[in-house]
Write a new protein. Structure first.
Length: 198
């Protein structure tokens, strides 16, 4: 079972609580993926041409070993690559966790929320409760965007179907958010000036 996951620079890093698998990297380029799996002891194999669905099933399975065998090891050709020192993998995980903590502290109460319709793939992004973007998953991957930016978000079921044909309205929403962010920065600078002058 996965214990920690971080998407950075088109690489999905995942750590596991498993009797045999410690860590995996999925290189996110194109429709198929290259997946590197590090087994206990540091033994490392690279699997090329892995489908996204096989990778996701492996990564998110409760039984990591079974899913790896069924969806990766027995389906795709492996290339043995240089073993990875386990202490380096652990140090990377600790660095990522520390970066996440710092980011959460810096972000404070700033929160994005995604409403998602599982039937149609349509989604709406809200910033502090106001809609700022609508789209269709697969045409725009907001999850990939958020993961790559390190933005934490909550998610709920989107019950209604959205019509996302009005680009002008979407741009107005984005401009309003940008304007609000500019106003917040100006207010913070003014408060800092008053503190300095007072």
């Amino acid at each position: 079972m996965k214990t920690y996951n971080r998407y950075e620079n088109n690489i999905d890093h995942t750590w596991y609580d498993s009797s045999n698998i410690v860590y995996s990297q999925c290189y996110d380029k194109g429709d198929t993926k290259s997946v590197k799996i590090v087994f206990k002891g540091g033994r490392t194999y690279l699997y090329r041409g892995v489908s996204m669905s096989d990778y996701i099933i492996f990564r998110d399975s409760e039984s990591t070993g079974e899913a790896a065998n069924r969806n990766i090891v027995k389906k795709y050709q492996a290339v043995r690559v240089e073993d990875v020192p386990l202490d380096e993998i652990q140090a990377m995980k600790e660095r990522f966790i520390e970066e996440d903590k710092k980011l959460n502290e810096e972000m404070g109460n700033l929160k994005y929320h995604v409403e998602f319709n599982n039937n149609t793939g349509e989604f709406r992004i809200k910033y502090e409760g106001r809609p700022i973007f609508e789209g269709v998953e697969g045409q725009v991957s907001i999850f990939r965007l958020f993961n790559s930016m390190g933005i934490k978000f909550s998610m709920s079921e989107l019950e209604e179907n959205l019509s996302t044909n009005n680009d002008f309205e979407k741009q107005k929403l984005l401009d309003a958010v940008a304007e609000k962010q500019d106003d917040t920065i100006t207010e913070e600078n003014n408060i800092g000036d008053e503190t300095t002058n007072g």
